[in-house]
Design a protein around this ligand. Structure first.
Ligand code: PHE
Length: 339
């Protein structure tokens, strides 16, 4: 059996070493519940006088430890448990709005001032809306594996086009989804995320954002299209931006154009962004193909219109002089906090 005065010494030594109140409380508990109770247990085997003496000493030590314990508890009440309500709190980390979202909102705002309604469609589409309804022929190369991310399905080949799923490669399917349920005239814009099976590099990503526009009515002309996008470019860049149309091809528009804007970085003098041409390609567009109107059950003899699609990432890259598209999707706060 341990000598009581030795036990007391050990207790005081341990108590002194403990830095935290929590530790000191644990030590008191240990000495009462373990050390002293084993002393009390063995006392009953002692005889006469020795038993009285050691019992007395052990009781004294017990009282002493209980006192220490009480002191610790009081300290806790005064100090540690006390909350200074006047201390400033921890600032929550404030986020910023993603540069692509900011741009998307500005574009939607500009078009809504011209009477365009913003609508959305599903990111997982089917082949019919993404291709067939848009006049893509069955063997169009864009349907191939290198461009489209198809969804794995059992017996995919035997399914009808409306059940074959894919990640939409463009926002154009929403043209048909919107038109087939309503009567013209239409004026919509469709912001949204699209997907391509690309090898990524500084100007290619497997997903990016488009803004689709569609205007359908009676006697709509290319002049109407030019007026609308002229307003859009002026508002977006607060600047005298020139633009030009070049002939192009899309299965769902006829005639089709590629729209270039004058390079605002070098003022048409030539730089790396415009590859020394003074122009930057920003938009695909054209007059809606009659077959598309018919897919959406719109009378193509009575109604016509135009459609366009812009890549928002490209716009944001020009606007902020960003040289790598992957920065938008990397989630790096050092990049994102700059906007
Ligand atoms: N959907 C086309 C693309 O992704 C762009 C486009 C939209 C072209 C509307 C013409 C009309 O490239």
């Amino acid at each position: 059996m341990k000598d009581i005065s030795q036990l007391k010494e050990e207790f005081l030594k341990e108590l002194k070493k403990a830095k935290k109140a929590e530790e000191r409380r644990k030590i008191c508990k240990k000495y009462i519940e373990e050390e002293l109770s084993s002393v009390f247990c063995s006392i009953k085997n002692l005889a006469g006088e020795k038993r009285t003496k050691i019992g007395k000493e052990a009781n004294e030590l017990r009282r002493f430890i209980l006192e220490q314990q009480k002191k610790e508890k009081e300290k806790r009440k005064e100090g540690e448990g006390w909350i200074d309500v006047t201390l400033p709190g921890n600032d929550p980390e404030m986020g910023t709005i993603h540069p692509l979202t900011q741009l998307q909102r500005r574009c939607v705002d500009i078009f809504s001032r011209m009477g365009f309604l913003a609508v959305e469609g599903p990111e997982m589409e089917n082949e019919w809306y993404n291709f067939d309804a848009l006049n893509f022929k069955e063997d169009h190369p864009v349907r191939e594996m290198q461009d489209t991310l198809f969804v794995k399905q059992k017996n995919r080949e035997s399914l009808p086009a409306k059940d074959k799923l894919l990640m939409r490669t463009q926002t154009s399917p929403v043209q048909v989804r919107y038109m087939e349920k309503r009567k013209p005239p239409f004026r919509i814009i469709v912001p949204g995320r699209v997907f391509r099976n690309e090898a990524t590099d500084s100007s290619h990503e497997i997903n990016f954002y488009q803004l689709e526009g569609l205007m359908v009515g009676e006697n709509i002309s290319v002049a109407n299209f030019k007026a609308i996008i002229n307003f859009f470019f002026q508002e977006l860049f607060y600047d005298d931006i020139d633009f030009r149309l070049r002939p192009s091809f899309f299965p769902f528009t006829e005639p089709s154009f590629e729209v270039d804007i004058s390079c605002s970085i070098c003022a048409k003098k030539g730089c790396s962004v415009c590859k020394n041409t003074g122009w930057i390609e920003v938009m695909g567009a054209g007059m809606v193909h009659p077959n598309v109107l018919e897919s959406a059950k719109v009378d193509s003899a009575k109604f016509n219109g135009f459609a366009f699609g812009v890549g928002l990432d490209r716009f944001a890259m020009i606007e902020h002089k960003i040289d790598d598209i992957r920065l938008f999707y990397g989630g790096d706060l050092r990049f994102l906090k700059q906007f």
